[in-house]
Design a protein around this ligand. Structure first.
Ligand SMILES: [Fe+2]
Length: 195
């Protein structure tokens, strides 16, 4: 059964960018993952601001926090193994007490339900933004997934999974573009800054 539509509860607190960055420190995040997460958050915030200007009800700081937290468990999983999305979502829930922020972390690699951009704006934006950032540079989905395939596509099964995720990312891009009425590949995200 798909999750309920994402609606923030005013009683759920939202950490600021510097509070999220303190969590990075507490969880020994590697510098390259910090740089990547900062860039992903800038892309996510830019998309959230486009939505806000289009009159779509979004909460920009919640989207920013989820994007900043999305790889909170990546360093740990590199060192010790485990699924960094699941672990990161559990840690985020513990650290923030906010299930909407944790949901974006949980599903940032692959969205396992109908990609309804209106209902699930936050997790889809976090997942999509992650895929537009290669290391800490803005890129296209095609280049990002080409790089993933070269670096990780060691077996046919892994290659297939990367291809599936690429195809989903293209769908997410299309759904978000339809909702926002913008071409996300024409967007430079230059003025992307944290709020
Ligand atoms: Fe990740």
């Amino acid at each position: 059964m798909p999750p309920l539509p994402v609606k923030s509860d005013p009683s759920w607190s939202v950490p600021t960018a510097s509070e999220c960055m303190q969590h990075w420190e507490d969880y020994n995040m590697l510098d390259n993952i910090k740089a990547h997460s900062t860039q992903v958050a800038k892309v996510a915030v830019t998309i959230a601001l486009i939505a806000e200007h289009a009159g779509i009800p979004v909460h920009v700081p919640t989207i920013q926090a989820s994007a900043l937290m999305h790889d909170i468990a990546k360093t740990y999983s590199i060192l010790h193994g485990g699924n960094h999305s699941q672990l990161g979502a559990a840690w985020t829930m513990h650290l923030t007490g906010n299930p909407v922020i944790a949901m974006g972390v949980l599903h940032h690699v692959f969205w396992p339900f109908e990609p309804d951009a209106d209902k699930y704006f936050l997790p889809l934006v976090v997942s999509y933004s992650d895929k537009r950032v290669m290391h800490d540079n803005l890129t296209s989905l095609k280049k990002r997934f080409g790089d993933l395939s070269v670096r990780y596509g060691k077996t046919e099964k892994i290659k297939q999974r990367i291809q599936q995720t690429y195809e989903q990312a293209l769908v997410l891009e299309q759904r978000l573009e339809n909702l926002l009425g913008v071409d996300l590949n024409a967007c430079s995200f230059d003025s992307g800054r944290l709020v």
